[in-house]
Ligand binder design. Sequence first.
Ligand SMILES: [Zn+2]
Ligand SMILES: [Zn+2]
Length: 112
Amino acid sequence: MPCSNCHRNGRSCIIDPSISNSCSECVRRKVSCDGVDVGAQLVNAMEECHRLEVEEDKLLREIMELQSRILRTREQKRHMQKRQKELFDRCMVEHEKEVREELEASESYEEH
Ligand SMILES: [Zn+2]
Ligand SMILES: [Zn+2]
C-alpha cells in the first residue's frame, strides 16, 4: 500500500524498514511519510515471535536435560557414597584384624 505522497504523485512506494519507516521517495523529498508498511512489520513481528518461541522451547528442553543429568549424577553419587562406606568399613575391619594379629603375634613372641 503506497503512502499518500506516492499515491498522490503516482510513484511506486518502496519502504525498507531496516533503514527507515519512511519510503525512499519521501526520504528523498524530505517529507513525512505515512506509508509505514504495517504488513511487513507485522510479518517481522510474527517471525520474531516465532523465533523467540523456538528459543524458549530449546532452553526449556536444555533445562529438562540438565535436570535429568543432575538426577542421574546425584543417583551415582549416592551409590558411590554407599560403596565408599562399605569399603571403608571393610578396610577398618581388615585393619583391626591385622592390628590384633600383630599384637597377638608380638605378645606370643614376648611370652617365649
Ligand atoms: Zn511512498
Ligand atoms: Zn512516503
